[in-house]
Ligand binder design. Structure first.
Ligand SMILES: [Zn+2]
Length: 268
C-alpha cells in the first residue's frame, strides 16, 4: 500500500500495511549555501532527508537495519568482503550496547555505521526531548564503540515528523530512507530469490537498498545477498556506503533533495 502526500507546510503520514514503512514528506532541508555539501550542521534547523542520491556514477548503497546481530552480521560482512562491497549498517542502540565488537568489525572492514536510534520506537509519537534522548543514547554508545559519532540516521519504520527532523538536525544527522520501488520487505521473510528479485526490479544509479541483519530470522536475507551483489556486479554497479554515495552527489544537498523528490512515492 502506498501513501503520503507531500505538503511543504504540513507533513502527513501514513503507514504501509503491517506497520511497515513510509511516509515522509519533506519540506526541504534548510537551504544550504551553494556548494555547501553538508546537510544539517549541528544546531541547524531540519535534517536533510534522502531516499536516493543524484549521482552520475554507477553506484548504489546497500543498507542493513536493526543489527548488529551475532548470528547474521558476521556472515553478511563475509559476503560483502567477497564482493568488495561496502555497506551501511543502521544499528540499534540496544544491539550496539550488547555487541560493541560487531560495530568495530563493521568499521574495520570498511563499512559505515549509522544509527537507528536506541529503542526501535516510532519517534514521531514522542516528545522532542524524548526523541533527542533516544538518539543521543544510541549516538553515545556508537561513539564509545567505534570512536566517532554516526552521521546518518534511519528512523525506525522510516517515520519522520517535524519533531524528528528538528531533533535530528540539532544532532547533525542526515536522514536516510530508501528507494521505495526496491524495498524487498525482507522482514516478511520471503525466499532469498524473491528478496533479490524485489531489490533489483529496476536498478538505478544512486538507489538506496534496504535489508535487515537482525530482528528475526535473516537466513533468507543472508542467502539473497550474493544474488544481489552478483547481479549488481554484472550490471557494472559499485556498492558503496551511504556516505560515499552522497559524497558523489553532484551539487550537494539540492541535488540530493531533487533525487528524493524524484523518487518519492508521491508529491503534491
Ligand atoms: Zn528497523
Amino acid at each position: 500500500m502506498r501513501l503520503v502526500v507531500l505538503d511543504r507546510a504540513a507533513l502527513r503520514f501514513a503507514a504501509a500495511a503491517l506497520g511497515a514503512v513510509l511516509a515522509t514528506s519533506l519540506a526541504g532541508p534548510g537551504r544550504q549555501n551553494a556548494g555547501d555539501p553538508v546537510a544539517g550542521t549541528p544546531g541547524s534547523q531540519r535534517a536533510s532527508v534522502f531516499r536516493a542520491a543524484a549521482t552520475n556514477k554507477a553506484a548504489v548503497a546497500l543498507t542493513f537495519d536493526d543489527g548488529p546481530d551475532p548470528l547474521y552480521t558476521p556472515r553478511i560482512l563475509d559476503v560483502l568482503d567477497r564482493y568488495q562491497a561496502r555497506a551501511t549498517f543502521f544499528v540499534l542502540g540496544t544491539q550496539a550496547e550488547a555487541h560493541p565488537e560487531l560495530l568495530r568489525a563493521i568499521v574495520q572492514r570498511g563499512h559505515e555505521v549509522g544509527t537507528h536510534g536506541y529503542h526501535h520506537t516510532n519517534l514521531t509519537r514522542l516528545k522532542p526531548e524524548v526523541v533527542a534522548a533516544d538518539l543521543k543514547r544510541a549516538d553515545d554508545l556508537i561513539a564509545a564503540a567505534v570512536g566517532s559519532r554516526p552521521r546518518d540516521l534511519r528512523p525506525p519504520y522510516g517515520f519522520v515528523s517535524p519533531t524528528v527532523l528538528a531533533e535530528a538536525g540539532k544532532l547533525g544527522y542526515r536522514i536516510i530512507l530508501w528507494t521505495d520501488e526496491h524495498d524487498p520487505r525482507d522482514w516478511t521473510r520471503p525466499a532469498a530469490a524473491e528478496i533479490a528479485r524485489r531489490s533489483l526490479q529496476r536498478t538505478e544509479k544512486g538507489m538506496i537498498l534496504l535489508l535487515h541483519d537482525s530482528g528475526g530470522n535473516r537466513e533468507q536475507t543472508v542467502k539473497a545477498l550474493p544474488l544481489i551483489l552478483e547481479r549488481l556486479r554484472d550490471q557494472g554497479y559499485q556498492v558503496v556506503t551511504v556516505d560515499e554515495l552522497l559524497a558523489d552527489t553532484a551539487g550537494g544537498d539540492d541535488q540530493g533533495e531533487h533525487a528524493l523528490h524524484k523518487n518519492s512515492v508521491s508529491q503534491q
